[in-house]
Design a protein around this ligand. Sequence first.
Ligand SMILES: NC(=O)c1ccc[n+]([C@@H]2O[C@H](COP(=O)([O-])OP(=O)(O)OC[C@H]3O[C@@H](n4cnc5c(N)ncnc54)[C@H](O)[C@@H]3O)[C@@H](O)[C@H]2O)c1
Length: 443
Amino acid sequence: MKKNQNEKVNICVIGAGYVGLVSGACFAELGHHVICVDNDPGKIAMLEKGIMPIYEDDLERVVKKNVKAGRLHFSNFIKEGMLHQGRRAEAIFIAVGTPPRDDGSADLSTIEKVSEEIAKNMAGYTVIVEKSTVPVETCDWISKTVKRHNKKGIPFDVASNPEFLREGTAVWDFLKPDRVVAGVSSKEAEAVLKRVYRPMKGAKVLFTSVKSAELIKHASNSFLAAKISFINAVANICEKTGADIEDVAKGMGLDKRIGSSFLKAGIGFGGFCFPKDLEAFYWLSRRKGYDFELLKTVKDINEGQKMWLVKKAEDELWNLEGKTVAMLGLAFKPETDDMRFAPSIDIAREFLKRGAKVRGYDPISQENAKRAIKGIYFAGDPYDCVKGADCICLVTEWKEFAALDMKKVLAAVKHPILIDGRNLFDPAKMRELGWTYTSVGRP
Ligand SMILES: NC(=O)c1ccc[n+]([C@@H]2O[C@H](COP(=O)([O-])OP(=O)(O)OC[C@H]3O[C@@H](n4cnc5c(N)ncnc54)[C@H](O)[C@@H]3O)[C@@H](O)[C@H]2O)c1
């Protein structure tokens, strides 16, 4: 039976992490009936008590509002997610993790498991929507898996709807996207996804083939990563020639063909997306017989850039053995508690390897950092972090650090050496205050 175009959709989201929970809460905010499923009982128990398992601006408000309105629910079981309070899910979004394997390829085993379970519980036409970041052709594999386990021959489609939200502004990004990409292979699937996104007033929804949608995500993330590595490489040239990367980036970014975003020099990218997606895309290109070498160079520049802080600390302190380094910021970027693939992990490891004593502090990711980084002292606040330090390394550009009382900081350190990996401070001001100040690509 053909549905009214404005009819809300019963949605099941599998995986209640950064992407799944935000997507589920925002779909509910758009008026749909949503159930978020996660196989982590601790996570679901927290959500049922109104506690957010992740730090994300505005998420708690949206979750609580929609739970209260009866539109947002949680479960540990896919079966319950697919049939909840007599409502059968028409669209099932897969938002589980796709971590990297040792060879760089994406580990898709959870997607396979989830697909099998969906197949076994289907009771009517269902659109299975792949939202996790995956290599092109993954939806073909999902389709084959579902066919194999769908003994009753229930009709279904597999669609690709990659997610472009950024941690830290995820709720905003989801509700006000630059574009929504939907890869579909049938009119029925297109109709369901149109109903899902129709309440998102003004959103540009681009319908493509399934494979194109899958590729758009990997190509976009790799392109953005390339922009970051490019500007970091230019920053290295600035350091060698006396040019100022801030002026160079500004001058480049004013050209509309280039654009000013992602032209901020620093100590490189991290997080759960760029490093693994770049690696997976490179792996896929070689597997398909095309060596997309540019991607390898982007990765190599980033790996080198991560060690910029260690190199500059050595330039100032000579031997690092026995010296105390204070790392301000540990999350891979501000406004998130996510420590996955944060540059701070490799940086701390390298300092420790050279015999330095490391003190670290992060306003939000501290608890996650304690699991990711071993052998360092975790300070209670930034002033405690810098106590007795031979040098300070600014790793994450939290607003809180820009507002530090730098005179108080100066009084706490052993030597006034400040190495700014994110160009957060004004060089002239820092020198005026008595700091020996180094930043990325600035004279
Ligand atoms: N984090 C981001 O900023 C971001 C942005 C865009 C796309 N993505 C992509 O989205 C996907 C998810 O990323 P994330 O950051 O949300 O990961 P995450 O680890 O925060 O969330 C994944 C969730 O899936 C759950 N899960 C694992 N196996 C399950 C199963 N069998 N059944 C039910 N739940 C299960 C986990 O418990 C976890 O809560 C990845 O492919 C990622 O690359 C992430």
